[in-house]
Write a new protein. Structure first.
Length: 429
């Protein structure tokens, strides 16, 4: 019997040696999971952030002052051009040039909003596999299992954020603003790499086009109060129908090695929860796909209107953006990872054509008034016949009050601090 193992268990055949550094590391990780489970909720966000930052490829550096100035100038000019293209006032109060690390840390709150409903339902479904009479017998093990689940989800989210941070060009490219309200941000290092892949188009033009899309998103989300909740609500509705594939859980448990952090990151949790979507989940996905198409179509149309003849390469930039989405851009990959939503480029083209038709028939202000209430929005059937929808404006005439009479209530520029100081993390717009 060794003095280091007073009960002698370390010498039994097949038992792990507590002096083995790998065993000690595993036990330390398990203890950390247990200690964090109570405070972390369904996702270990500390672990997610740690993994995301550690996975950044090629390192990460803060934007230079020259890059930050170029971003600020592009965003301000783009926002100015949009004045003639949309009735929505500016939604931008701060401009910022972000590094990839900035994108990760400043988007955490939105990832919580999107991912926690899914992780919470998954955890609930996993707990449901344990018989009621067994739960009281688990004791501290229940906390351990909760911590393990939280860490698994954290590892998955962290990996996804790391991959996206190397691709996104702005704070809204996933389809909705990820950063603080009113903060318009571009990622200059990612933009530079993206521009290098485009022939015969200068980086300044690329930056300005992306800035147009960024500021258009902020105008829309900043002045349509129900829109963000509608997108998040579709994700939550999908989450409510999550159920377990018990055979997949058993297979995962048999192969799981908690000491192998790389293997933990590679686990596909989606395989456990998607034997087949329920009708309610399919309906939630359809609502989400439709709304993302309407948002993307409006942004594409308004950005093109604002650019007009000012961008010589507008046609190429628009087509490149469409191809980027069609082949799995950040927005498509985000919602594919979260809820299994598959990209449908045709929907985006149809939505863009619909907003173009409404503008041609009724003008930009009437087009933007459609966003005043979800019931006035085009249906999926309307996308197939945009001209008919464009001519159908009677419902808007019955509104007691236009959304544009309410814009001052929702204008983020009225929410400055009492001392009028510039917010941290960017430049006052």
């Amino acid at each position: 019997m060794s003095p280091d193992t007073p009960f002698g268990f370390g010498g039994l055949p097949g038992m792990p040696d507590p002096n083995d550094p790998r065993v000690q590391q595993m036990m330390a990780q398990l203890q950390q999971m247990m200690s964090q489970s109570a405070s972390q909720g369904p996702i270990n966000w500390d672990l997610a952030t740690q993994i995301a930052r550690s996975q950044l490829q090629g390192g990460d550096t803060s934007p230079s002052s020259t890059e930050a100035t170029a971003v600020t100038d592009a965003l301000r000019l783009a926002d100015l051009w949009l004045e003639d293209a949309t009735a929505f006032p500016s939604g931008m109060t701060v401009t910022a040039a972000w590094s990839r690390t900035d994108w990760i840390t400043k988007s955490i709150d939105t990832w919580r909003e999107l991912a926690e409903p899914l992780a919470d339902k998954m955890s609930e479904a996993l707990n449901g596999l344990v018989p009621e009479d067994m739960r009281s017998m688990l004791g501290p093990m229940a906390g351990l299992m909760k911590g393990i689940g939280s860490s698994l989800f954290g590892a998955q989210v962290g990996q996804a954020m790391a991959e996206l941070s190397g691709e996104v060009l702005s704070s809204t490219e996933v389809g909705l603003p990820l950063g603080p309200a009113g903060t318009a941000a571009l990622l200059p290092r990612n933009l530079k790499r993206y521009a290098e892949g485009l022939t015969d188009i200068g980086e300044d033009e690329v930056r300005l086009y992306v800035a147009l899309r960024e500021t258009a998103h902020h105008r829309l989300f900043g002045h349509v109060p129900w829109l963000r909740a509608h997108v998040v609500g579709a994700v939550e509705a999908y989450a409510s129908g999550i159920h377990i594939d018990e055979s997949a859980v058993e297979s995962l448990a048999a192969d799981l090695d908690f000491s192998d952090s790389e293997a933990m990151r590679q686990i596909d949790l989606g395989e456990l929860f998607r034997p087949e979507d329920t009708p309610a989940q399919q309906a939630a996905l359809a609502r989400l796909e439709h709304m993302l198409a309407l948002i993307g179509g409006w942004v594409s149309h308004v950005a093109a209107q604002a650019a007009g003849n000012r961008l010589a390469s507008l046609g190429k930039l628009t087509e490149t953006a469409r191809r980027r989405r069609a082949t799995g851009g950040p927005s498509e990959r985000t919602f594919a990872t979260l809820v299994g939503l598959k990209s449908n480029p045709k929907r985006l083209r149809e939505a863009t054509a619909l907003w173009e038709a409404v503008t041609a028939a009724r003008g930009g202000e009437e087009r933007d008034r459609v966003w005043s209430h979800p019931d006035l929005m085009p249906s999926p059937e309307d996308l197939a016949d945009p001209e008919a929808f464009a001519q159908r404006g009677d419902a808007l005439d019955d509104l007691d009050m236009s959304i544009f009479e309410q814009l001052s209530v929702n204008d983020p520029r009225d929410e400055e601090g009492e001392d009028g100081d510039e917010p941290t993390g960017g430049t006052r717009a």
